[in-house]
Design a protein around this ligand. Structure first.
Ligand SMILES: Cc1ncc(COP(=O)(O)O)c(C=O)c1O
Length: 275
């Protein structure tokens, strides 16, 4: 199907309704078959755990148009597994990896015309998420869940190519050492809003989170993992239980080690030791 008539080069990261979303419901201990829907609203109980206690998680991945016009996903199995880890952490039912990948494929296919042309820098952003639903007032896991996926075309993250940006450290913590930092749950992002706002107000692109215990070691850079390459070509990235395992970062580590033959170190990165 030809691409839609959209100004691909000037897309930002803003919501727009596309043709169809995917929805699957978990009830009585099992997932239904799932289906595509044109409805981009969700009707749930006002007493849903996702609304009050943050029992929800999400993922983010992209579909790319190749030079030949095909559509490719980048490692959706890794997003499926990471979502399972997030679900485990906050007592939500796992979506099987095959079901997750099949759902992503269905929704991308149904929105094929929104996958931007090759060479524009734009991509189709895919947002799978799960929310606790049903009537629950007490602090406990929900009786029912909704797994949904919507997609939207988004612009190139780096407008005008790769150019350096400045970051500033923050006094705030996005996650505690034994908390939910390694899970992609909304609470971590709520905790990052104030730090991000203050960094932007000071003229920085985003903030650098340090470890919550000692405030000396780099954890994450905004909503991204940190890595650096030393003068002697070692790929260095922080290791911590409160970092979200970035699929991009682990892919780069693989390329660095297995293809480029570089040494890779996942270890403490003390901010004062950076040049
Ligand atoms: C907190 C955080 N860290 C890291 C990442 C990067 O993860 P990935 O490379 O899997 O997109 C994201 C992006 O989703 C994020 O939100």
């Amino acid at each position: 199907m030809p691409e839609k008539n959209i100004d691909w080069k000037n897309l930002g990261f803003d919501y727009q309704k596309t043709n169809k979303s995917y929805i699957s419901i978990y009830k009585d201990g099992k997932w239904d078959d799932g289906q595509l829907t044109e409805d981009n609203f969700i009707k749930i109980s006002e007493a849903s755990t996702s609304l009050h206690y943050g029992q929800q998680c999400f993922e983010g991945l992209k579909a790319y148009r190749t030079k030949e016009g095909d559509i490719q996903l980048f490692r959706p199995d890794e997003n499926a597994k990471r979502m399972q880890n997030s679900c485990d952490k906050i007592l939500m039912p796992r979506v099987p990896v095959d079901k997750f990948i099949d759902a992503v494929k269905q929704v991308v296919k149904a929105n094929e015309e929104f996958v931007p042309p090759h060479g524009t820098g734009a991509t189709l952003y895919i947002r799978p998420f799960m929310i606790g639903t049903g009537h629950t007032v007490g602090v406990k896991p929900a009786p029912e869940y909704i797994f949904r996926i919507f997609v939207l075309p988004v612009g190139s993250y780096f407008k005008g190519g790769l150019s350096p940006v400045n970051f500033v450290t923050t006094e705030y913590d996005r996650a505690a050492p034994n908390g939910t930092g390694a899970a992609k749950v909304g609470g971590n992002y709520a905790a990052s809003l104030e730090a991000h706002k203050e960094a932007v107000e000071k003229g920085y692109a985003d903030c650098i989170y340090l470890d919550a215990k000692t405030h000396t070691k780099i954890e994450e850079v905004g909503a991204a993992n940190f890595f650096g390459i030393t003068k002697d070509d070692v790929f260095v990235t922080p290791k911590s239980p409160s970092i979200l395992p970035s699929i991009t970062k682990y892919s780069l580590m693989y390329i660095a080690e297995k293809i480029l033959g570089m040494k890779v170190e996942e270890r403490d990165v003390v901010i004062d030791q950076l040049d």
